[in-house]
Design a protein around this ligand. Sequence first.
Ligand code: ADP
Ligand code: MG
Length: 237
Amino acid sequence: QLKETVYLDKLAVAGQMAAAIAHEVRNPMTTIRGMIQFLGSTTTDAKLREHSPLLIEELDRTNKIITDYLSMVKPDVPKLETVSLEKVLRDVIALTAPYGAINNVEVTASPLGSYNVCIDEPKLKQGLINIIKNGIEAIEEGGTIHLYRYKVTKSRITIAIEDNGKGMTEEELEQIGLPFYTTKAKGTGLGMMVTYKLIQDMDGKLRYESVLNEGTRVLLTLQLCTKRNIVNGEEVG
Ligand code: ADP
Ligand code: MG
């Protein structure tokens, strides 16, 4: 039985408050980081000298989480361009293949055909990388991530990113994309929240289907750069 979820406005929860807090927290953190660095390098205390790099590392990790958060909530108008989807997929596969290889996962794609999409290229790539990385991390003992054309209409194309990883229960599926939702020991639970926002900003759609212990299929819909079919102000097809 197929379990499915459609992303709606889960982001509203994360909202503007998080952005404000993140922003405020950053400045004192920078001060603390500088101070630790200074003390760590000038002190005669062996313990402080030994542990200060770890403190700095942890501060940097915290800062990265905040950066991810801000990249999601801060209004950033996407730069939409006409780009070959096949080229984007090729680039993204080349970027994720090494991470797949060390996890015994092959990242593959079926020939897509020539479709130009209306997208922000760096943002689409970031989103696809997040999706593929999750697929790789869901595969425990080797497997495949496969990308293929799922559906094409007059104005949109949907591609599938499918993995044969551990899948998700209905409950897990509902939580994906919520801030800090993670089932991983070292996860941030921000990847899909950011991705959803990036895709939404370019008028795209993201949808997950999953079967526990069998795998997950992510359906990503993007706008094609063809002339749109407009009838009475309504888009058709
Ligand atoms: P993180 O990867 O840091 O955990 P994400 O937002 O990228 O955060 O993903 C949130 C959670 O969604 C993951 O921890 C995992 O439980 C689940 N998930 C995402 N993609 C998949 C997938 N392809 N297969 C199984 N579970 C997934
Ligand atoms: Mg992730």
